[in-house]
Design a protein around this ligand. Sequence first.
Ligand code: ATP
Ligand code: MG
Length: 296
Amino acid sequence: MTSDYHAGLVSELPLIHQGKVRDCFAVDDQHMLIVASDRLSAFDVVLPDPIPGKGEMLTRISNFWFGLTEHIIPNHLTGIAVSEVLSDRQLAELLAPRAVVVKRLKPLPLEAIVRGYLIGSGWKDYQRSGEVCGIALPPGLQLADRLPEIIFTPSTKAAVGEHDVNVDFTAISQSIGQDMAERVREVSIEIFRTAGDHARERGIIIADTKFEFGLDADGTLRLMDEVLTPDSSRFWPADSYRPGSSPPSYDKQFVRDYLERIGWDKTPPGPRIPGEVIEATHEKYREVCERLVASG
Ligand SMILES: Nc1ncnc2c1ncn2[C@@H]1O[C@H](COP(=O)(O)OP(=O)(O)OP(=O)(O)O)[C@@H](O)[C@H]1O
Ligand SMILES: [Mg+2]
C-alpha cells in the first residue's frame, strides 16, 4: 500500500486551504473538494512520512458519522461525486475514496469540544480548580473517569501555528449569539451521545472530540469538517479501560511514544519515522475504522 496523493495532482482546481492533514480545493462559490491526505501530524507538526491508507480511512469514518447523525443535524456533504468535479477521470478515481464534495460554509469561529471522560487538559484543569473550562465537577474524580454528564468546552480556532484557547460559554454566546451558542452546545452533546453509544457497542470509548460547524447560504447550521476520527478525537479500547490510569489511545500513540523516546524537541521539521512505527499506526487506524464503520 502506498501513499500516492499530493495536492499538486489536482491542478485543475484552485487550492484554497492546505491544513496539516486535508487539502481544500474550490469547485465554485458554493462548493469545495476536501481531500484527506495520508499526512500524520504529532505535537502539531506534520511528519515527513505518510501513513498509507490514512486519508481513505479518515474519509470513511467521517462519512459514516455524517450519516449516523443526519437526524440530529444536517451536514456539509452534497452527494456530488468526485468525478463530477474533476475532468481527469483517472485522478477522480484515485481520489474518490479519500475525497468529498462539500458545501462551502461560513465556519463558526469556534471548536466545539465535547468531553465524556476526564483526561488531557481537562484532567489538569480539574486537578487545579475542580472545574473543567469553568464547569464545576464533583470532587474525588480520578484520571480518565467517566464524567457524570457530557460537557461542552468550546475553544477559539487558533491562527496557523498557534494553539487553540479555551473560552467559556458566555464568550461564545457573545461571539455567535446566545441562541446559536445554545444550539451548538445541544447538538454537539447529542452527536457525542449518539456516537458514543454506537462506539461503545463496538468496544471503543470516545473520551472526547472536536466538532466544527458552519452556516450555509440560508443561515442553516451544519456539521462540517471531519467528524469523530482518531485525528479529532480520543478513542480508547474499552477492554483495557481502567479509571485512575491513562488508557492507551488508538491512533498516534506509537508515533508519540517513538518521538518521546528519541527526544525530538517538537519543533519542525519532524523526524523520519521507522517502518514498524508506521505499520503499527496504520494498523490502529485500520482497527478503529473496521470496528466503527463495518456493519454489524
Ligand atoms: N464545509 C466546509 N466549509 C468551509 N470550511 C470547511 C468546511 N469543512 C471544513 N472546513 C475547513 O477546512 C479546513 C480543513 O483543513 P484541516 O482540518 O486539514 O486543517 P486545519 O484545520 O487548518 O489544521 P489542522 O491540521 O489543525 O486541523 C479547516 O480549516 C476547516 O475549518
Ligand atoms: Mg482541522
